[in-house]
Write a protein that binds this ligand. Sequence first.
Ligand code: FES
Ligand code: FES
Length: 217
Amino acid sequence: MENRPPDSPIDNEEGHSQETRRDFLKHSSLLTAYALSPSSLVNAAEMNGLNPPQADTVSIHIDINGTSRTLHVEPRVTLLDLLREQLDLTGTKKGCDYGQCGACTVHINGIRALACLSFAVMQNGKKITTIEGLAKAEASGSAHLHPMQAAFIKHDGFQCGYCTPGQIMSAVGCIREGHANSDAEIKEYMSGNICRCGAYEGIVEAVKEVKQGGQKV
Ligand code: FES
Ligand code: FES
């Protein structure tokens, strides 16, 4: 095998030198990093001239908070970014964007899920409920808060409120799953939702009250 120094030129088919091995490795690393980058870095790379071909959009049909929608999304877009940036449903929060904090919790077909870890294109034909649609979805269009929202207010289950939409969606999921039978069980099954303000005591009390009240969630 030919053993060239790192800066020796690489020849093209006609034998003309075009770029050094060092240049070639530099470009390959950039492209690999691009492929593995989160969207914010990809945007920065695009602005810096890397300019990959635009991905095609895909049509999806989803029910969002009781309204049927046909949407065109790029395959790389997460459900969280679709909700927040395309549909202005900013009640669902972006905390970590990689499955660690629970701030982005929504319901997909009635089951809690992390919107930052779900691609939008995977939701075709599904029913998505966000915090904006929780009361409406569960209380047949009445203007009342969902029982879990009311319980969070009653028990001071929040301080700054950033984690609260995710906490409430998760708390409803916790009861639906049958995992709210004791303080310990509630803490365990709510442990994927982080609260930097430490409002955990109030959150547990709120979940317990709704569970014990036997309201339909
Ligand atoms: S934003 Fe999804 S888990 Fe943190
Ligand atoms: S209320 Fe502030 S992070 Fe939970």
